[in-house]
Design a binder for this molecule. Structure first.
Ligand SMILES: Cc1cc2nc3c(=O)[nH]c(=O)nc-3n(C[C@H](O)[C@H](O)[C@H](O)COP(=O)(O)OP(=O)(O)OC[C@H]3O[C@@H](n4cnc5c(N)ncnc54)[C@H](O)[C@@H]3O)c2cc1C
Length: 262
């Protein structure tokens, strides 16, 4: 595996909610192949903060046909890199970036008629947005359902972009928000993204026997609970794909973006 870092110029930084920014990069012509990516992959960024050489991974949050290389970075309480990006990185700055990596994807099959399901919590939407956009663009007969947990609509990353996608793919994209801190009319759309909640979806609006592939990315515990719910509903293990942003710790705390409650 190549560990070469390339300097990339920051093209733009846009706020997305009060807690996150979307960083897009200019990719010069000679590096276009190096930074070609598959949906669901991530970039490793490297910089020096207060004399420390630090590296962190961020999932690419663009579809493969968007002509964009960008990541969404959510502030983590006490987190060095994520807060530095949110507070200090500016358009025009250069930052070291490694070529895309990761295996959180299923190869596209343009002829397939499949139902893909994304289960995302908080900043875990980033790789799932990339997969969702790519599947909808490149598998014209497939459908995508997103179950997306956040504290409230205000803290939901990419809400406008996802809404636009829903309008564009009216019959092929279904979206279900789940808010932990905001009242909604439907009880299904309120509460924590735990095994019971995801099980409720699988017994009602997202029937488990119809799922070709399920992609999970969110807080550590949500990942485990979503996986358990899918397995209990009969979705085979090999159809369940999980991207883990953080490392679970014995005391129940976590390292990484997932500390930030979805
Ligand atoms: C494949 C992958 C993709 C990712 N994609 C994204 C993404 O798209 N968007 C995103 O926002 N994040 C993503 N992450 C998470 C990201 O890489 C960083 O982990 C995150 O931004 C936090 O980094 P930080 O430097 O801000 O926090 P750190 O400074 O590393 O610390 C994080 C938190 O953990 C605590 N902590 C640190 N070390 C310890 C320790 N040893 N013991 C106890 N507590 C500790 C700190 O106090 C802090 O609260 C991804 C991670 C992976 C592995």
């Amino acid at each position: 595996m190549s560990v070469i870092f390339h300097p990339l110029r920051v093209r733009a930084i846009e706020a997305d909610t009060d807690e996150a920014v979307v960083v897009s990069f200019d990719v010069p012509e000679p590096l276009r192949d190096v930074f070609g990516f598959t949906q669901g992959q991530y970039l490793t960024l490297r910089t020096n903060i207060d004399g420390q050489d630090l590296r962190r991974s961020y999932s690419i949050c663009a579809g493969v046909d968007d002509g964009e290389l960008r990541v969404g970075v959510r502030k983590v309480r006490g987190g060095v890199f994520s807060n530095w990006i949110n507070a200090h990185l500016k358009p025009g700055d250069e930052i070291s970036v490694m070529a895309p990596q990761g295996r959180f994807f299923v190869p596209i099959d343009a002829a397939a008629h499949r139902h893909h399901v994304g289960i995302a919590g908080g900043s875990g939407i980033t790789p799932i947005l990339s997969i969702m956009k790519t599947v909808l663009a490149r598998e014209p007969h497939s459908r995508f359902t997103l179950i997306y947990g956040n504290r409230s609509l205000k803290s939901t990353m990419f809400k406008e972009e996802i809404e636009d996608l829903k309008n564009r793919y009216l019959t092929r994209l279904a979206l279900h928000h789940v808010f932990s801190d905001e009242h909604t009319d439907a009880p299904l759309n309120m509460g924590l993204m735990n095994r019971d909640k995801i099980g409720e979806f699988l017994r009602s609006v997202v029937p488990a026997d119809d799922i070709a592939h399920a992609y999970i990315c969110g807080p550590y515990q949500m990942n485990d609970e979503a996986e358990a719910a899918l397995l209990a509903a009969g979705v085979p293990d090999e159809r369940i794909h999980i991207e883990r942003f953080g490392v679970a710790q014995t005391d129940g705390a976590q390292v990484g973006a997932v500390i930030h409650e979805a």
